[in-house]
Design a protein around this ligand. Sequence first.
Ligand SMILES: [Zn+2]
Length: 389
Amino acid sequence: MRELLNKAMALQEEMSAWRQAFHMRPELTGQEAGTHRMIRGFLAGMGVPFVTAGDTITVAHIDGKRPGKRAAIRADTDALPVTEETGATYTSLTTGVMHACGHDIHMAVGLGAAKLLFIMRETFQGKALIIFQPAEEGGHGAQRVVESGLVDGVDSFFALHVWPQLETGYYHLSAGPVCAATDRLMIDVSGRGGHGAYPEMSRQALLAAAETALALSALVPRKPEDRPMHVMSIGEMHAGSYWNVIPGAARLEASLRTLDARLREDLLGQIENIARETAHKHGCGASLEVDAVCGIVYNDEALVSRARPAIEEALGTYAVANQERAFIGDDFSDYRALGPCCYAHLGVMRPGQEEVFALHHPRFDPDESAMPIGAAGLCASVLGALGTE
Ligand SMILES: [Zn+2]
């Protein structure tokens, strides 16, 4: 199987050209029609068959030698409202929009995997699918793919995410929860507004919201090592419009990230109680609305134990290790409703790189030489799931 990596290495230049084409023309969540036109053009150029739903869902279909199971690779296609500062020659041509989460790499790796599996179609049984999924960044794109019916009957799902803290050459994979459930919390506090001269005649929603923010922050220990299973950050607080008017309403928004479903339920209950009780102390009311952005990405034990030896054979045992659990969310979790899932981290840090920029940073610039490793790892996973002859 080492030849799989060699075959993927031979696609380095082609994958770089695809990646840079995507990088220069990023599109925001749910608006990726131009990106999908490019994907469809590249697939057609390779002769790889694909099906579509609307402008922003594209699924490549590669039939093996004879009927059998179906295994899918997911690549997400959206960019972020970030102004690029990498200074790269392939810098985004759209000011204020950037592939700062590496989804351009995911697409190029997906296309590379499509090409490899298409070339190797006489060697496996069943069907390989490459899902190009829109709107991963909070836009419920995976749900739209599931609802499209284009991935019905798929027996296993694979994906990877570029990982800035991990050196190129490494492919990390473990069973169990690997990405946190992500919830957007919206707390509305209602009081009674009034004149700044007469606070006793008002019910101060702003003070209640401020006290709620402090009380909620106590739910999360400050040191990362003390919070192995959850984290919460308050990102927004809105109240008031003028210096001598007491506002009658206030709003807090926060993100809660949990790696355990029961802990999540428990924390949501505690958060609602804290908001209600704190508001009550100020004579105000409070309500909590929860937008479940994505669930826990849970790597299936049986799937991982089948995929891992195949990946180790393709990449070398040194390259594969257990992955760190991440508090970032990924709606890849939605495919679990259809079948077992397996989500890996791909190292994209240049060896000796001095400064590491996180995902979503304007200077995030992943190492393109990791792409063949990603394509070989995903192909090996799919071939391991389908069975080769
Ligand atoms: Zn991402």
